[in-house]
Design a protein. Sequence first.
Length: 327
Amino acid sequence: MLIAAGAAYFFHARTRRPDIDQEVAYVLARKLDVVDTTAEIRLTVATLRAGDRVGVLEHTTHWIKIRLPNGKTGWVENKDMLDQETYQRAQRLLKELSSLSPQSAGHVTELVNLRLEPARDGPVLGQLDVNQKVDIFGRRLVARPAASDQPNPPSPSAGKAVREAWYLVRSSSSAGWVVGRVVELDVPPGILPYAQGFNMVGWLVVTTVDDGGRQMPEYLAVDRLGSPDVDFNHLRVFTWWKKRQQYVTAYVESGLNGFFPLRVSRSGVPIFRLRLVEEDGRKVQKVYGMYDTIVRPIGMVAGWESDAMPERQPSKSRRVRRARRRR
């Protein structure tokens, strides 16, 4: 009976589902060879693809022993794998961005790590190749760490810490943060001439107009003039002039303390919203309507997350009539 019970326990332990009795990890590399040993001379026993899920049996300093779905075992390098928690956080980020509108688009100018957080020591989620296209969803300024060869970094009292911009991006089936210096924006060709002399940092299509069967987009574009901490401080709207077959500037506004994301919707007419910070630190949304080729501010809404429309203010003539009646 003891022998039978021991055999049954051993069989149960060997056949339990990997997701119940062992750690799991996910392949980070686009293509990964699984080898039979960590020794210098080794054989490839399997090849995995990015996102493949495996069981983890053992860790060493640089290697992980894994169990494949078919039951075979082998070794892979730590740097080519993601632990379960990091993988799930990356998937949540990708899902979150799928419901948002990109604020701009561009490409990376060099091979760069895609990270879970906007930090040079953040978990690596993969790599983006040179010239790989990305959609951009956000920007964050982060203090740049002191160089390792700088034994005595300047104290905070010595001046403002050096910061670097990071972009939240999505490319094909991955999302994460990349350091901003490797990203070059690809402004839509139609409004590219208007980017000359401006630092155009974001654009969205507000509406489209029919021009002989062609649907021509009309753009909200924002610029960052100078080197402010805000995402943008200047706004322009470009409408399509059918007669001249070109874009023209329909609206301009400056002096904004604006932050991504820009939002576009429709409420009878095309509507767009800006996230702004007032001089007293209050977060507000400024809402605009686009009436054919005329852009007008509609009003302000408290907070950044509200979908409410501003309360309509009475016109000047109506206010005068009301004042007379009160008299």
